[in-house]
Design a protein around this ligand. Structure first.
Ligand code: HEC
Length: 131
């Protein structure tokens, strides 16, 4: 095998390996369109249609649902929120959804929440009136 051929095929294989990774990093998990349907069916009664935590069922709850627009929620990572959606929050009416929604559906619903209230990594470093 010629040296030149070796070099070219080495770079070519790097290119092939890089492509799927590039695509993967651009595309976050979850489909917000599916997520909207799931959110309105399962979550809006507590978290409110706009994610402000004021759905009609809140009158029956001791622990109030999270307001996704609060800086506290917006500064949590996808993984923080996904863990709560999957396993629930201890001592609260927010139970885990792992037995009711598939992993794909949980990503869909999270992606929709992130459209209602986008991730803001700097939020936790700023004092805020609404938590
Ligand atoms: C019975 C009412 C209720 C329903 C239904 C409900 N939640 Fe919750 N959720 C809560 C409460 C209450 C909390 C706050 C828990 C706490 O602060 O300890 C919460 C917290 C959360 C959090 C954490 C937010 C944060 O900033 O820490 C996420 C994410 C979440 N819910 C997503 C969902 C999703 C997605 C659904 C629908 C699949 C859903 N919830 C359905 C009551 C509910």
């Amino acid at each position: 095998m010629s040296r030149q051929f070796q070099t070219i095929s080495f770079f070519f294989s790097l290119l092939i390996m890089a492509f799927p990774m590039w695509g993967f990093s651009q595309e976050p998990f979850g489909n917000p369109k599916e997520g909207k349907i799931l959110y309105e069916k399962h979550c809006a009664n507590c978290h409110g249609t706009n994610g402000t935590g004021d759905g009609p069922d809140t009158q029956f709850l001791m622990v109030q649902p999270a307001n996704f627009h609060s800086l506290k929620s917006r500064s949590k990572t996808d993984w923080d929120l996904m863990t709560i959606i999957t396993f629930g929050a201890a001592y609260s009416p927010m139970h885990g959804w792992a037995d009711r929604l598939t992993e794909e559906e949980r990503w869909d619903v999270l992606r929709y929440i992130r459209i209602l209230a986008p991730f803001n990594p700097m939020a936790r470093y700023r004092p805020s009136p609404n938590g």
